[in-house]
Write a protein that binds this ligand. Structure first.
Ligand SMILES: Cc1cc2nc3c(=O)[nH]c(=O)nc-3n(C[C@H](O)[C@H](O)[C@H](O)COP(=O)(O)OP(=O)(O)OC[C@H]3O[C@@H](n4cnc5c(N)ncnc54)[C@H](O)[C@@H]3O)c2cc1C
Length: 437
């Protein structure tokens, strides 16, 4: 069945709201709206739509679209070199999410006159949601340090600024829509540099409201919100700031909400490692000697453009880099174990349920993976059915009920886990005591 426009993607809970469709639409018929469940979603005004299918052709969730990939290895992509490092500027490093490499590279490009501005994300204090913006000064770029784990229409902002020379920070789905535009509409000017983030998934913006509420902050006038503020060391805790209050929440509170607000489409994504960008950056998970409070960024150069940028920035003292084996980076991000298993199991679950799967049939065959055990499969099934159902909810009361129930279930699982752990520690201690006696 041919997908005529992106409405079909949204009704299948597959829209990530990257916003590329809104950016390419010749009639401005597409806007990004917030649905009942708080997810951003592309919406078509049928009175304006001329059925040109431009939106469908560049949507990364349309199974008819498969961008050309220069390698069969879609989970790893092309890797020219691996590194770990940090921003030389201590303010950038301190404010950043990991080691500040992304922000330092953007500032370097601006100072060198290579770009007029950078497409980054900052928080809109009125809406309490991240927003993609063009930052044209160093201070604006530094103000946008840090990661927003909630949806943002980055590709739309990129296309709105296609008359300028830019560098853009993108997630895998956003980079994939840019790649489709590059192939199908080569006349559209895209950013000179794309700096990708490793991504395990986005969430609805309602996660931010929930964390603010849990933090106990009552002041309506938000001045800042950080999912991970590393003032007290990497990886960082939730931090809510207003003119009168300064509230912190431990990172575990954020982890507990991930499955409540996660985006259905992200659970089934293969591109955690952002294979379509010039450079991809992430946290040093699994790289134990680099998990220091000041923060480090792991980096993979995917194109010659990206590799040259990294080498030049290191040579000119904007960043400090050391080589790191690419295998170590992939191992740390659990790509070959957990991630591949998740992808192929999700694919099976989508097919069994006859849900629209966001990738072409029979793509990604012949890539070895470890099959999921019963518990992993069951857990993914629960996550996919819940997130799909939540995304498609049209009644506000119903939405609140579903979220409350999910939280209760997760809380129950958490208590069960703690009890099980305590019992197994108890058994070890008893065994030891009886040996001693
Ligand atoms: C949704 C999401 C999921 C992630 N998942 C993982 C993961 O599983 N494993 C991992 O190792 N790393 C993950 N990261 C990346 C990690 O959090 C850091 O962004 C990365 O290590 C770069 O750190 P840095 O200090 O160099 O970046 P910084 O110097 O802090 O710069 C980060 C840049 O990212 C921009 N940005 C923030 N949020 C978004 C967004 N939603 N979309 C596009 N740009 C944004 C900021 O505006 C800023 O320019 C994720 C990031 C996001 C946003």
């Amino acid at each position: 069945m041919q997908i005529d426009n992106i409405s079909h993607i949204a009704t299948n809970a597959l829209c990530t709201a990257c916003g590329a469709c809104a950016g390419v639409c010749p009639k401005n018929a597409i806007e990004i709206i917030t649905n009942t469940a708080g997810y951003l979603v592309a919406h078509i005004n049928n009175d304006l739509c001329i059925n040109c299918r431009k939106c469908a052709k560049i949507c990364p969730s349309n199974p008819e679209n498969k961008p050309s990939i220069e390698t069969d290895d879609i989970f790893h992509g092309v890797c020219l070199a691996g590194y770990v490092g940090y921003a030389s500027d201590s303010t950038i490093r301190q404010k950043s999410q990991s080691g500040g490499i992304v922000t330092a590279l953007l500032c370097y490009l601006l100072e060198k006159g290579e770009i007029e501005g950078a497409i980054v994300n900052n928080l809109n204090p009125q809406t309490r949601r991240p927003q993609a913006v063009l930052a044209s000064s160093k201070s604006e770029i530094i103000d946008a340090c840090g990661s927003y784990y909630a949806q943002s229409s980055v590709a739309k902002t990129i296309l709105e600024n296609s008359d300028k020379t830019t560098a853009a920070v993108v997630l895998g789905c956003q980079a994939e829509s840019l790649q489709l535009i590059r192939e199908k509409y080569p006349n559209i000017t895209l950013p000179k540099y794309t700096i990708g983030l490793i991504c395990a998934g986005q969430h609805s913006g309602n996660m931010i409201d929930d964390l603010i509420e849990q933090s106990g902050c009552n002041d309506e006038q938000l001045s800042a919100f950080r999912f991970r503020d590393k003032s007290y060391g990497w990886p960082g805790d939730v931090h809510v700031t207003t003119s009168t209050e300064d509230c912190w929440l431990p990172k575990e509170s954020r982890h507990r909400l991930k499955q409540v607000y996660e985006l259905h489409r992200c659970i089934a994504c293969y591109d955690q490692m952002n294979i379509f960008s010039d450079i991809v950056c992430g946290d040093p998970w699994g790289i134990s000697h680099k998990q220091q409070p000041e923060g480090h960024t792991v980096v993979i150069a995917r194109t010659e453009t990206g590799k040259n940028l990294l080498e030049n920035a290191a040579r000119d003292g904007a960043i400090v880099l050391e080589e790191l084996s690419i295998e170590d980076i992939f191992r740390g991000q659990t790509v070959d174990g957990r991630h591949k298993t998740k992808f192929y199991t999700c694919r099976e679950i989508f097919y069994e349920n006859e849900w629209l799967f966001p990738y072409p049939d029979n793509s990604f065959e012949n890539i070895p993976f470890i099959p999921a055990n019963r518990m992993v499969r069951q857990n993914l099934w629960k996550r996919l059915t819940y997130s799909r159902d939540l995304y498609l909810t049209t009644d506000g009361e119903e939405y609140l009920r579903k979220v409350a129930l999910k939280k209760k279930k997760l809380q129950g699982n958490f208590i069960q886990k703690v009890v099980r752990k305590a019992m197994s520690y108890g058994a070890v201690i008893l065994r030891k005591l009886s040996i001693i006696r």
